[in-house]
Design a protein. Sequence first.
Length: 146
Amino acid sequence: MSAAKAKGTRWETALAKFLTGVGIAAYRPAQAGFKDTGDLHGLDPWVGQAKDYRSWESAIREGLDGAEKQKIHAGQLYGVAFVKRARRSTGAGYAVTTVATWARVLIRLRRAEELLRDHVPIAVYDAHVRQAEAEAGEEFGKEPKE
């Protein structure tokens, strides 16, 4: 295995481990060649493309281009590029989307929260909001000390 391939595999594995650790059943699928379906699955309705490049510009451009193609091959709605940051923890890496994807996700989230607010008891909705705010805090997804 080439050094670049090994580096990429380490980043994909670290991402899968991190995401699984926070309750997202992420996994690395077998490579599919020409009809590549992405580096990380189990993120429905997302597919993830992992990039660990020295150049952030290349990582973002190639990662997003790949994620946008791979979401179609994988039958998912959204693509995300996971870009590694040198000498930082996995959780400090970047999850990059296009502006159009970000807008579609925000609209979907707002609709879902409106439906939840309108169709469940207020105590359930309030508990959801408190939990979401707590998870969005700095402690969410912190990697355990090794």
